[in-house]
Design a protein around this ligand. Structure first.
Ligand code: IPD
Ligand code: CA
Length: 268
């Protein structure tokens, strides 16, 4: 499987010296040479195996689709973990049909591979969600005060200030929070029951394309915020009851302000 091939490449590279190659939206939004190599490998291999399919990758590789299928790829999700050698990063690959855009796409298949642990999460539409060969099913949720909430923060400090305000209110209301640093694995964690619910704002399409299907095929829901499709404005994942409770708390805390109305949200 391609996610495994790219994952093995990045794990081998991690055994050597890794450094920041460039920064993107802010000084803490980094890319290493290995992110680029992994994306290059996936772009080439998919071009050979599936000529005509489109490609949308985090590091800029793109190809128009002539088949209706587009591969949405994060060559290393959790780049900061990768940089610090925290064994919690992943290659995330999804095949989508329709317009390759959250809300418009239909995710047909997804794979998320953590090469540091060897765990492979996968899903195909209508065929269930798996960790290795073990089928995943979300169970009934605990009450909110006993639920473990996963989230993540943006690379922009203005946005983090806003996220910190909301999370400071939520923390006393949940069992605890986790910030693991890899959105695709957060979604996989919802499907496996390692966390009960997940919420994040400012995600990019490659962060959640594969994870969306892993969650929904395990019986969970993926929802957006403020009437927007799940994605940049906000994305919730989990059992529908817990997602509804968390969403109503976030709205009550005015944590649903449109990104465009948060001064400096996309800036360093
Ligand atoms: C990031 C991770 C992180 C999330 C950020 C993402 P990257 O992806 O998924 O957990 O909080 O929103 O941008 O930059 O490591 O590919
Ligand atoms: Ca990435």
């Amino acid at each position: 499987m391609l996610a495994r091939e790219a994952g093995e490449h990045i794990a081998a590279a991690r055994a050597g010296h890794v450094e920041v190659h460039a920064t993107k939206s802010s000084a803490v939004d980094v890319v290493t040479a290995v992110d680029k190599e992994s994306e290059e490998l996936l772009f080439e291999r998919l071009g050979q195996l599936r000529p005509g399919d489109g490609f949308l990758g985090e590091e800029g590789k793109a190809r128009e689709s002539t088949t209706g299928v587009t591969w949405v790829v994060d060559p290393i999700d959790g780049t900061v973990n990768f940089l610090y050698n925290i064994p919690h990063y992943a290659v995330s690959i999804a095949a989508v049909t329709g317009e390759a855009k959250p809300g418009a796409w239909q995710v047909e298949a997804g794979a998320i591979f953590n090469p540091a642990t060897g765990e492979m999460f996968s899903a195909a539409r209508g065929e269930g969600s798996y960790l290795g060969d073990q089928r995943l099913q979300i169970s009934s949720p605990p009450p909110m005060n006993l639920a473990l909430l996963a989230t993540g923060f943006a690379y922009s400090s203005a946005m983090r200030r806003e996220q910190a305000r909301v999370i400071a209110e939520l923390l006393p209301e949940f069992r605890d929070i986790r910030r693991f640093g890899t959105a695709s694995l957060d979604l996989a964690s919802v499907a496996t029951g390692r966390v009960d619910v997940y919420f994040e704002r400012t995600l990019m399409p490659w962060d959640h394309a594969a994870g969306e299907l892993v969650v929904t095929e395990a019986g969970g829901v993926i929802e957006g915020l403020g009437g927007q499709p799940p994605g940049r404005e906000g994305l919730f994942a989990g059992h529908p009851e817990l997602v509804a409770q968390l969403k109503s708390r976030i709205v009550a805390l005015q944590g649903d302000t449109l990104l465009s109305e948060i001064p400096g949200w996309g800036l360093e």
